[in-house]
Design a protein around this ligand. Sequence first.
Ligand code: S3P
Length: 200
Amino acid sequence: MSGAVPEPPGTSAPCSIVLVGLMGAGKSNIGRRLAARLHLPFVDADAEIEAAAGATIEEIFERYGEAYFRAGERRVIARLLDGPPHVLAAGGGAFMDAETRARIRRGGISIWLRADLELLLSRVARRDNRPLLKDGDRRTILAALIERRHPIYAEADIIVDSIDGPPELTLAHVLAALKAFRAGEATTEAGDLARRGAGT
Ligand code: S3P
């Protein structure tokens, strides 16, 4: 059989890297640093959604509601992943959407930046513009989100703990995990090719 076989994510061909995880996990901070190290552009999905809508995330939630925001998020992430490779910081809810999750799986390597409740709480305290955290006690809301979302984030290709310390340390763990993942994929692919070759 001839013809181009699409390169699966994780092989030597550059593909997009998508950071997922809860608000305050450090997706944008680590994403920016990761992009610089990999010489890839950095894209923040929330900023792209705001640019596309001509409104802030807060305004979108207020005026049109969460479902509208999620539909925009789905479209924007699909568009971004159709473009050239980059490092993408996805909003905390993006990976919860089955369609977006499938799109990320097809178009990139996903990395869950895992953080515990205390770390998330300390980090989200720095900003007051997250609609999901406005209606109630942040600890209670985040604890419920951890309960609901962590099992889904666990489907990411790579899991790295976001450290309460210098971001460069978390970045180092991300880079090491990415390297191991890519090596594993390459090994799997080489094995697959060898098996396929042997069988024909
Ligand atoms: C959300 C997280 C936010 C933003 C929106 C909804 C969520 O992004 O997309 O407020 O559902 O967790 P960050 O995770 O970048 O704060």
